[in-house]
Design a protein around this ligand. Structure first.
Ligand code: URA
Length: 196
């Protein structure tokens, strides 16, 4: 590991170490286990979901349940391998009963996600679902905004549905597939441009 890589790892560990202290608050209602993001710390592409589910809470790894399997396939459609992207969520602790995290919980967790983004410095952030798109670019109407790109602060954000929407409702699968095809085209165009 070269110097900058090990520095990044140290910085991410420090962010996560602070993050892990949040559950000591008396009012904490999420799981106490931090599900750390996964992937190279210099990824050009980051994927941000809503919050870990039961399987992720049990294993400590993001997107390994049914939504994760669909996500892996969708990444393939975009020409991406899970190993090359950094995968995480807005809230990185499991909300019991798989409920949606509250606005207050999202507000508590966002500063940590922002620090993680600043450290990784991705070119593209894929926003999976309304919580993610709402928290990062203020676009929580994903059924109308999906497939759109938002340029902000030098990062290209891509709005799409959460894969859980495809797991639950099959007619959302072609919508997700179409979005990831679009994403793939945009990424390969950007890669071709940077090779010139
Ligand atoms: N759904 C999410 O939003 N995040 C995970 O880590 C797993 C499922």
């Amino acid at each position: 590991m070269n110097g900058s890589k090990s520095n990044r790892k140290r910085e991410m560990d420090a962010i996560n170490h602070e993050y892990e202290k949040l559950p000591s608050a008396r009012t904490w209602a999420l799981s106490r286990r931090l599900v750390r993001g996964e992937g190279p710390l210099d990824s050009k592409i980051m994927v941000v979901g809503q919050a870990p589910g039961r399987f992720e809470d049990a294993s400590g790894r993001p997107f390994i349940g049914a939504s994760g399997k669909l996500l892996d396939r969708l990444l393939g459609i975009a020409g991406l391998d899970r190993k090359e992207v950094y995968i995480t969520s807005v809230v990185q602790f499991f909300p019991p009963k798989n409920r949606k995290p509250s606005d207050e919980e999202i507000a508590k967790c966002m500063p940590f996600l922002k620090k993680q983004i600043n450290l990784i410095k991705p070119e593209v952030i894929v926003l999976l679902g309304a919580v993610s798109a709402g928290a990062l670019v203020g676009k929580s109407k994903v059924m109308s905004d999906h497939g759109s790109f938002v340029e902000r602060d030098g990062i290209t954000y891509f709005v799409t549905l959460h894969p859980a929407a495809g797991v639950r409702i099959k007619r959302n699968i072609p919508v997700l597939e179409g979005d990831f095809k679009l994403l793939g085209k945009r990424i390969s165009r950007a890669r071709a441009k940077s090779r010139k």
